[in-house]
Design a protein. Sequence first.
Length: 281
Amino acid sequence: MNHDLRPRRIVSLQPSATVILRDLGQLGRVVACTKYCVDVCPEVASGRRIVDDSWTANAQEIAALQADLVIAAVPYQEKSVAEILKAGARFLGLAPRKLDDIYMDIIAIAGMVGAGQQGDRVVNSMQSEIEEVRERVANSPRPTVFCEEWGKPIIASQAWVAELIEAAGGKSVGEPGHKPSAEAIKNEDPDVLIAAWCGAGDRVPLEKIVRDRGWSEMRAVKAGRVYCIRDEFLNTPAPTLIGGLHALAAAIHPEIFSHSEGLRRISDVSAESHIDRRTVV
């Protein structure tokens, strides 16, 4: 490829794109990103303009940066896409659902910036780590797991999370991306409950959602198997998902995997019993 055709001024409106560019060794091309990108990829905190995200993109803001590529991803509004196109830059819109989609996004971005070999290495590394975890749990029981990406309303995590749960030795319950009721999840009575709320970091109020949803008698709650996993580990469709994989593995099979970064467990059962009594009163 002619070097002149490769984008030199990239505006990233999505944390996943920023992380992918970092792992490709191409952050030098990023001239602007969102505040959410900085949360997930602190390396972009300095020397770059902070702009509106995929939901609220602004044509004048992008045009002023003389961008030659804008990368965004769902969810975004039609109005935002129109603003991006109005800015005159090339536009790459990502809409991954499964792990294979994420791998393809990495390869596509790598190809655009002339980092094809590094793209292959990043994808191969992700696949190798997933397979290594899968092999370690191959002969273990498969607890049922419900994982949510939002709490009001409850939204089940995306399909790639369900794939990671399966790789980590669990059986995912609930339709990915759908909105089950608290009662429906209670009736499923999974062995493990996991919350990874978008934008919440690792601050999901586990005790409160158990109390407010009437989940105190669920199997997972009685066993103390209710967890929060850091937002970007499961909701950023990029190599950061490997952190989510290890957190899931530690939650689902603590007898095999040691505690993982980004994983927080609900207070002990005695504390939960205290909460339950307050709810009854």
